[in-house]
Ligand binder design. Structure first.
Ligand code: SAM
Length: 244
Protein backbone atom coordinates (compact mmCIF):
# COMPACT_ATOMS: atom_id res chain seq x y z
CA UNK A 1 0.00 0.00 0.00
CA UNK A 2 1.19 3.53 0.77
CA UNK A 3 4.22 2.16 2.59
CA UNK A 4 5.69 1.36 -0.81
CA UNK A 5 8.69 3.68 -0.47
CA UNK A 6 8.17 5.29 -3.84
CA UNK A 7 4.69 6.61 -3.00
CA UNK A 8 5.96 8.07 0.22
CA UNK A 9 8.82 9.75 -1.61
CA UNK A 10 6.45 11.24 -4.19
CA UNK A 11 4.17 12.57 -1.44
CA UNK A 12 7.08 14.18 0.43
CA UNK A 13 8.44 15.74 -2.79
CA UNK A 14 5.05 17.22 -3.65
CA UNK A 15 4.53 18.73 -0.21
CA UNK A 16 8.02 20.21 -0.48
CA UNK A 17 7.11 21.84 -3.79
CA UNK A 18 4.19 23.46 -1.98
CA UNK A 19 6.54 24.74 0.75
CA UNK A 20 4.93 22.42 3.28
CA UNK A 21 7.31 20.66 5.59
CA UNK A 22 5.91 17.47 7.14
CA UNK A 23 8.11 15.51 9.54
CA UNK A 24 8.29 11.71 9.26
CA UNK A 25 5.74 11.22 12.05
CA UNK A 26 3.19 13.24 10.08
CA UNK A 27 4.00 11.49 6.80
CA UNK A 28 3.46 8.15 8.56
CA UNK A 29 0.03 9.33 9.68
CA UNK A 30 -0.96 10.00 6.06
CA UNK A 31 0.27 6.52 5.18
CA UNK A 32 -1.82 4.88 7.92
CA UNK A 33 -4.80 7.07 7.05
CA UNK A 34 -4.69 5.87 3.44
CA UNK A 35 -4.62 2.23 4.54
CA UNK A 36 -7.49 2.80 6.99
CA UNK A 37 -9.56 4.64 4.37
CA UNK A 38 -9.05 1.96 1.70
CA UNK A 39 -10.07 -0.73 4.18
CA UNK A 40 -13.24 1.16 5.18
CA UNK A 41 -14.01 2.04 1.58
CA UNK A 42 -14.93 -1.61 1.04
CA UNK A 43 -17.81 -1.17 3.55
CA UNK A 44 -18.77 2.51 3.26
CA UNK A 45 -18.38 4.40 -0.01
CA UNK A 46 -15.99 7.13 1.07
CA UNK A 47 -14.28 7.82 -2.23
CA UNK A 48 -14.36 6.67 -5.83
CA UNK A 49 -10.60 7.13 -5.97
CA UNK A 50 -8.71 3.99 -4.98
CA UNK A 51 -5.44 4.36 -6.88
CA UNK A 52 -2.79 5.36 -4.35
CA UNK A 53 -1.11 7.98 -6.50
CA UNK A 54 -4.49 9.52 -7.21
CA UNK A 55 -5.34 9.55 -3.49
CA UNK A 56 -2.08 11.38 -2.87
CA UNK A 57 -2.87 14.02 -5.53
CA UNK A 58 -6.63 14.43 -5.31
CA UNK A 59 -7.17 13.96 -1.59
CA UNK A 60 -3.95 14.58 0.35
CA UNK A 61 -2.12 17.18 -1.74
CA UNK A 62 -5.33 18.91 -2.82
CA UNK A 63 -6.51 19.18 0.81
CA UNK A 64 -3.15 20.65 1.87
CA UNK A 65 -3.21 23.39 -0.79
CA UNK A 66 -5.23 25.65 1.54
CA UNK A 67 -2.29 25.70 3.97
CA UNK A 68 -0.76 28.32 1.68
CA UNK A 69 -3.48 30.78 2.69
CA UNK A 70 -1.67 30.79 6.10
CA UNK A 71 -5.08 30.60 7.75
CA UNK A 72 -4.47 27.12 9.17
CA UNK A 73 -1.41 27.90 11.29
CA UNK A 74 -1.40 28.27 15.06
CA UNK A 75 -4.34 27.60 17.34
CA UNK A 76 -7.43 28.05 15.15
CA UNK A 77 -10.99 26.94 15.46
CA UNK A 78 -11.69 25.36 12.06
CA UNK A 79 -14.81 23.82 10.52
CA UNK A 80 -14.84 21.53 7.48
CA UNK A 81 -18.36 21.72 6.04
CA UNK A 82 -19.53 18.68 4.01
CA UNK A 83 -16.37 16.82 4.95
CA UNK A 84 -17.35 13.44 3.44
CA UNK A 85 -14.40 11.13 4.11
CA UNK A 86 -12.59 13.90 6.02
CA UNK A 87 -11.31 16.18 3.23
CA UNK A 88 -9.76 18.61 3.70
CA UNK A 89 -10.25 18.37 7.52
CA UNK A 90 -8.15 15.33 8.43
CA UNK A 91 -5.06 16.30 6.35
CA UNK A 92 -5.25 19.79 7.90
CA UNK A 93 -5.34 18.29 11.40
CA UNK A 94 -2.32 16.10 10.56
CA UNK A 95 -0.56 19.21 9.25
CA UNK A 96 -1.22 21.22 12.43
CA UNK A 97 -2.54 19.40 15.47
CA UNK A 98 -3.13 22.70 17.31
CA UNK A 99 -6.24 23.17 15.16
CA UNK A 100 -9.55 22.60 16.90
CA UNK A 101 -11.44 20.81 14.12
CA UNK A 102 -15.18 20.33 13.65
CA UNK A 103 -16.26 18.26 10.64
CA UNK A 104 -19.92 18.24 9.59
CA UNK A 105 -21.69 15.96 7.14
CA UNK A 106 -25.30 15.01 6.52
CA UNK A 107 -24.40 11.35 5.85
CA UNK A 108 -24.31 9.35 9.07
CA UNK A 109 -22.07 6.59 7.69
CA UNK A 110 -19.32 9.09 6.90
CA UNK A 111 -19.51 10.54 10.40
CA UNK A 112 -19.33 7.05 11.92
CA UNK A 113 -16.23 6.37 9.81
CA UNK A 114 -14.66 9.68 10.88
CA UNK A 115 -15.20 8.72 14.51
CA UNK A 116 -12.99 5.67 13.87
CA UNK A 117 -10.34 7.99 12.38
CA UNK A 118 -10.50 10.29 15.43
CA UNK A 119 -10.07 7.28 17.71
CA UNK A 120 -7.36 5.54 15.68
CA UNK A 121 -5.16 8.63 15.47
CA UNK A 122 -6.10 9.84 18.94
CA UNK A 123 -7.01 13.25 17.50
CA UNK A 124 -7.56 15.80 20.24
CA UNK A 125 -10.08 18.63 19.91
CA UNK A 126 -11.57 16.98 16.83
CA UNK A 127 -15.31 16.49 16.40
CA UNK A 128 -17.40 14.78 13.73
CA UNK A 129 -21.02 15.99 13.68
CA UNK A 130 -23.87 14.44 11.82
CA UNK A 131 -26.43 16.82 10.32
CA UNK A 132 -27.05 19.60 7.87
CA UNK A 133 -25.30 22.93 7.55
CA UNK A 134 -28.66 24.71 7.58
CA UNK A 135 -29.54 23.30 11.03
CA UNK A 136 -26.17 23.73 12.76
CA UNK A 137 -25.92 27.24 11.31
CA UNK A 138 -28.95 28.31 13.38
CA UNK A 139 -27.59 26.76 16.58
CA UNK A 140 -25.94 29.36 18.84
CA UNK A 141 -23.37 26.82 19.98
CA UNK A 142 -21.88 26.87 16.45
CA UNK A 143 -23.06 30.11 14.89
CA UNK A 144 -20.35 32.74 14.41
CA UNK A 145 -17.92 30.68 16.52
CA UNK A 146 -15.22 29.65 13.98
CA UNK A 147 -12.01 31.36 12.83
CA UNK A 148 -12.04 29.52 9.51
CA UNK A 149 -14.67 27.47 7.67
CA UNK A 150 -13.36 25.47 4.72
CA UNK A 151 -15.29 23.39 2.21
CA UNK A 152 -14.44 21.30 -0.86
CA UNK A 153 -16.77 19.87 -3.52
CA UNK A 154 -20.04 20.49 -1.67
CA UNK A 155 -22.14 23.02 -3.61
CA UNK A 156 -22.02 26.00 -5.96
CA UNK A 157 -20.59 29.09 -4.29
CA UNK A 158 -23.90 30.95 -3.71
CA UNK A 159 -25.29 27.92 -1.86
CA UNK A 160 -22.00 27.20 -0.12
CA UNK A 161 -21.78 30.76 1.20
CA UNK A 162 -25.14 30.26 2.94
CA UNK A 163 -23.94 26.92 4.35
CA UNK A 164 -20.62 28.29 5.61
CA UNK A 165 -20.65 32.04 6.37
CA UNK A 166 -23.10 31.80 9.32
CA UNK A 167 -20.45 29.78 11.25
CA UNK A 168 -17.61 32.26 10.73
CA UNK A 169 -16.93 34.83 13.44
CA UNK A 170 -16.52 38.46 12.33
CA UNK A 171 -12.95 38.93 11.00
CA UNK A 172 -12.70 35.19 10.36
CA UNK A 173 -12.61 33.51 6.94
CA UNK A 174 -14.59 31.23 4.67
CA UNK A 175 -12.30 29.33 2.30
CA UNK A 176 -13.95 27.72 -0.75
CA UNK A 177 -11.90 25.11 -2.63
CA UNK A 178 -12.85 25.09 -6.29
CA UNK A 179 -11.72 23.94 -9.74
CA UNK A 180 -10.16 26.14 -12.39
CA UNK A 181 -13.16 28.12 -13.66
CA UNK A 182 -14.65 30.21 -10.87
CA UNK A 183 -15.51 33.54 -12.50
CA UNK A 184 -19.14 32.73 -13.41
CA UNK A 185 -19.74 31.05 -10.06
CA UNK A 186 -18.29 34.04 -8.28
CA UNK A 187 -20.47 36.47 -10.23
CA UNK A 188 -23.52 34.40 -9.33
CA UNK A 189 -22.50 34.36 -5.67
CA UNK A 190 -21.61 38.05 -5.16
CA UNK A 191 -25.02 39.01 -3.82
CA UNK A 192 -25.16 36.01 -1.43
CA UNK A 193 -21.66 36.69 -0.09
CA UNK A 194 -22.48 40.33 0.58
CA UNK A 195 -25.91 39.67 2.20
CA UNK A 196 -24.38 37.02 4.45
CA UNK A 197 -21.68 39.42 5.72
CA UNK A 198 -18.73 38.36 3.57
CA UNK A 199 -16.27 40.13 1.31
CA UNK A 200 -14.06 38.39 -1.26
CA UNK A 201 -10.48 39.03 -0.18
CA UNK A 202 -8.53 37.06 -2.76
CA UNK A 203 -8.63 34.28 -5.31
CA UNK A 204 -5.61 32.00 -5.54
CA UNK A 205 -5.17 30.06 -8.79
CA UNK A 206 -2.58 27.33 -9.22
CA UNK A 207 -1.86 23.80 -10.42
CA UNK A 208 -1.25 20.84 -8.17
CA UNK A 209 2.48 19.98 -8.20
CA UNK A 210 3.64 17.78 -11.12
CA UNK A 211 0.16 17.58 -12.59
CA UNK A 212 -2.17 19.51 -14.86
CA UNK A 213 -4.99 19.70 -12.30
CA UNK A 214 -5.93 23.37 -11.95
CA UNK A 215 -7.47 24.67 -8.78
CA UNK A 216 -8.79 27.92 -7.26
CA UNK A 217 -9.11 28.89 -3.65
CA UNK A 218 -11.56 31.68 -2.87
CA UNK A 219 -10.79 33.46 0.40
CA UNK A 220 -13.77 35.36 1.82
CA UNK A 221 -13.50 37.52 4.93
CA UNK A 222 -16.46 37.86 7.28
CA UNK A 223 -16.87 41.59 7.70
CA UNK A 224 -20.33 41.75 9.30
CA UNK A 225 -22.63 39.48 11.28
CA UNK A 226 -24.90 37.23 9.18
CA UNK A 227 -28.55 38.36 9.37
CA UNK A 228 -30.61 36.10 11.65
CA UNK A 229 -32.84 35.00 8.77
CA UNK A 230 -29.92 32.97 7.28
CA UNK A 231 -29.29 30.15 6.71
CA UNK A 232 -32.79 29.46 5.44
CA UNK A 233 -34.45 26.14 6.25
CA UNK A 234 -33.03 22.83 5.08
CA UNK A 235 -32.86 22.44 1.30
CA UNK A 236 -33.62 26.10 0.43
CA UNK A 237 -30.01 27.33 -0.06
CA UNK A 238 -29.52 24.65 -2.71
CA UNK A 239 -32.96 24.84 -4.33
CA UNK A 240 -33.11 28.61 -4.41
CA UNK A 241 -29.64 30.15 -3.95
CA UNK A 242 -29.53 33.87 -3.11
CA UNK A 243 -28.74 35.48 -6.47
CA UNK A 244 -28.59 38.97 -7.87
N1 SAM B 1 -15.49 17.51 1.15
C1 SAM B 1 -15.34 16.11 0.79
C2 SAM B 1 -14.31 15.95 -0.31
O1 SAM B 1 -13.91 16.96 -0.90
O2 SAM B 1 -13.88 14.80 -0.59
C3 SAM B 1 -16.67 15.49 0.39
C4 SAM B 1 -17.29 16.02 -0.87
S1 SAM B 1 -18.82 15.22 -1.26
C5 SAM B 1 -18.90 15.42 -2.98
C6 SAM B 1 -20.05 16.36 -0.62
C7 SAM B 1 -20.41 16.07 0.83
O3 SAM B 1 -21.18 17.17 1.32
C8 SAM B 1 -21.24 14.81 1.00
O4 SAM B 1 -20.62 13.94 1.91
C9 SAM B 1 -22.60 15.33 1.50
O5 SAM B 1 -23.21 14.45 2.43
C10 SAM B 1 -22.20 16.66 2.14
N2 SAM B 1 -23.29 17.66 2.17
C11 SAM B 1 -23.99 18.15 1.11
N3 SAM B 1 -24.91 19.06 1.50
C12 SAM B 1 -24.78 19.17 2.86
C13 SAM B 1 -25.46 19.94 3.86
N4 SAM B 1 -26.45 20.79 3.55
N5 SAM B 1 -25.05 19.80 5.15
C14 SAM B 1 -24.07 18.93 5.48
N6 SAM B 1 -23.40 18.17 4.58
C15 SAM B 1 -23.74 18.29 3.28
Amino acid sequence: MFDVMNNKKIFIEKTFKMNINLDSEKVNKFEEFMNHMLLWNERVRLTSITDENEIIDKHFIDSLTVVNTKLFDGHKKVMDMGTGGGFPGIPLKFYNDEIELTMIDSRLKKIEYLETVIEKFNLKNTFALHGRAEDYGRDNEYREKFDVVVSRAVAELATLAEFCLPFVSVNGYFVAMKGSEVEDELNDANKAISILGGKVEKIMKFQLPDSDFSRSIIVIKKVELTPKSYPRTSGKPKKKPIKG
